[in-house]
Design a protein around this ligand. Structure first.
Ligand code: GLU
Length: 428
C-alpha cells in the first residue's frame, strides 16, 4: 500500500508552495487508495509555535486535504532519535563530538537516485560531509530524524520539492545504515514567481491564509496548484478534486519549473464563483462581509441573494463582491474620485439627477422596468442621451463607475434610498 506524508514545520504560515506539496501527496494517496500521513517537524522548539500549527492544519482542512491518522510530532520522539543514534554509535557507524553524535559518511561512493520525476541522478559521497544526527543541545538534525520517522511510518513514496534533492543522498546513506528499505523519491520542480525567481512575498501573496482572506475558493486554489506541472490532458483547465483523484499520476508530472500566475488563479476563481449557485455562495459571502467589517444584520437573506445574482458574474474574488456592493449595506460608501469628477462635478448632470429624482418620486411601482422606461422618456423629453442620466445616477447611488445593471441596482436599493442619495448629490 502507498503511504505518503506531508511534513510541515510549524515555524510559519502555510506557503502555497508547501500547500501544493501537500495537495500532490494527498492526491497520490487517494489515487492509489493509500494513506496520507502528517508529520509535524517541530524539533526547533524555539521557533515552532502552536499558533502556526493550528493555522496550517486549518488551511489544509479548508483545502479538503484530510489525513489518515493522528499527526506524529517530532518533538515527542527525541528519545527514539537518541536511542537510534546510540545504536549507530555502537555499530561504529557514528562518532561523538562533544555532546553531538555524528554519522560517518563513507567516501568514494556513488549514490544513484531514480527519481520518479527527474529520472536518474547520481551523487558522489566525496561531496558529502559527515552528518550531524544529534546536535550538542540534544535535538536531532533534519536529515536524520526525517529518515528515522519515514522508516517508522513506513513511507513508500517521498514527494517533496526540488529544494530537497541535495538532502536525498544523505538520507539514503542513513537508510542504509539503519538497514531499512528505501522509499521511492519524487522531487517536484519548484513553483517560481512570475519573473522566474524564487516565489516570495515580493511577487504578492504567498500564504494560503492570504488567499483565504481575499475570498479565493479552495476548489479554485487546489485546481490551480494541481495544474502546475501536471495536466489531465486535452488542454483541460477546470478539474474537480474527485476527477483529479481518478486521473492523477505522479509519473506524468513534468520535469519543468512552473511560474505562479496570479492572474490565471483569479480567472479560475471567477469561474468557480460563477459555477456556484446562489444558495451555496450565501454563507461564503456573509463570511466575507464579516471579514471586511460590513454589518448585514438588518438585511434579509433574500436581499443578499439578489445581490449575489447580480454580482457573481462580475467578481473574481469574494472580497471584490464586498468592494463592489458596500453601498447596499452602508450609507457611508467611498466616492470614486475620478468618476465623481467625470460624471458629477459638472452640469447639466446634477440637474438631470434632480429631474430624475422628481420623476422617480411619482413612480408607484419601483421596478427596474418602470425605472428604465422613465429614464428613457426623460432623456427623450429633454433631448439628452440616457447615458447622461445613467452614469451620474450610478455614481450618486453607489460611488462607483462600475457595477451591476443600474436599474436593478436601483430597484434593490429601494425608492427612498435612491431618491435620498440622488437629492444629496444634486445639492452637494
Ligand atoms: N519540513 C520539511 C520541509 O518543510 C520537510 C521536508 C521533507 O518532506 O522531507 O521542507
Amino acid at each position: 500500500m502507498t503511504v505518503v506524508r506531508f511534513a510541515p514545520s510549524p515555524t510559519g504560515f502555510l506557503h502555497i508552495g508547501s500547500a501544493r506539496t501537500a495537495l500532490l501527496n494527498w492526491l497520490y494517496a487517494r489515487h492509489t487508495g493509500g494513506k496520507f500521513l502528517l508529520r509535524i517537524e517541530d524539533t526547533d522548539q524555539a521557533r515552532s509555535d502552536k499558533k502556526f500549527l493550528e493555522e496550517i492544519l486549518e488551511d489544509m482542512k479548508w483545502m479538503g486535504l484530510d489525513w489518515d491518522a493522528e499527526p506524529v510530532y517530532q518533538s515527542s520522539r527525541f528519545d527514539v532519535y537518541r536511542e537510534t543514534a546510540k545504536s549507530l554509535l555502537r555499530q561504529g557507524k557514528a562518532y561523538t563530538e562533544g555532546d553531538a553524535i555524528i554519522f560517518k559518511v563513507e567516501k568514494g561512493r556513488e549514490i544513484e537516485v531514480n527519481d520518479i520525476i527527474h529520472g536518474k541522478i547520481v551523487f558522489n559521497t566525496d561531496e558529502i560531509k559527515d552528518q550531524v544526527m544529534i546536535k550538542s543541545d540534544g535535538s536531532p538534525a533534519y536529515n536524520y530524524c526525517c529518515v528515522v520517522d519515514d522508516a517508522y511510518l513506513k513511507i513508500t513514496h517521498i514527494i517533496r520539492g526540488d529544494d530537497h534533492i541535495s538532502n536525498t543522498p544523505k538520507q539514503i546513506l542513513l537508510y542504509e545504515a539503519l538497514g531499512v528499505e528505501l522509499p521511492k523519491f519524487a522531487h517536484m520542480p519548484l513553483m517560481m514567481g512570475s519573473d522566474g525567481a524564487k516565489l516570495s512575498k515580493r511577487h504578492g501573496a504567498v500564504a494560503v491564509e492570504e488567499y483565504k482572506k481575499e475570498g479565493f475558493l479552495p476548489e479554485a486554489l487546489t485546481n490551480y496548484l494541481l495544474l502546475l506541472g501536471w495536466s489531465p490532458g486535452e488542454d483541460r483547465e477546470i478539474i474537480s478534486m474527485e476527477e483529479a483523484v481518478k486521473l492523477f499520476e505522479l509519473e506524468k508530472m513534468r520535469d519543468v519549473q512552473s511560474r505562479f500566475d496570479a492572474q490565471k488563479l483569479r480567472w479560475m476563481n471567477g469561474e468557480y464563483i460563477m459555477k456556484k449557485n446562489t444558495k451555496e455562495l450565501l454563507p461564503l459571502i456573509k463570511k466575507q462581509l464579516l471579514t471586511e467589517g460590513i454589518d448585514f444584520s438588518e438585511k434579509k437573506d433574500e436581499y443578499i441573494e439578489k445581490l449575489i445574482d447580480m454580482y457573481k458574474i462580475r467578481i473574481k474574488t469574494l472580497k471584490e463582491f464586498v468592494e463592489l456592493t458596500d453601498q447596499f449595506f452602508v450609507d457611508e460608501y467611498v466616492m470614486d474620485e475620478k468618476g465623481k469628477r467625470k460624471y458629477l462635478d459638472k452640469e447639466p448632470n446634477k440637474q438631470n439627477i434632480s429631474l430624475f429624482a422628481d420623476r422617480l418620486e411619482r413612480l408607484d411601482e419601483f421596478s427596474h422596468e418602470n425605472i428604465e422606461s422613465l429614464c428613457r422618456t426623460l432623456a427623450e423629453e429633454n433631448n439628452f442621451k440616457p447615458a447622461d442620466i445613467i452614469h451620474p445616477t450610478r455614481m450618486a447611488i453607489s460611488g462607483k463607475t462600475r457595477g451591476a445593471g443600474l436599474f436593478e441596482m436601483m430597484e434593490l436599493l429601494g425608492k427612498e434610498k435612491v431618491i435620498e442619495r440622488l437629492r444629496k448629490t444634486a445639492t452637494g
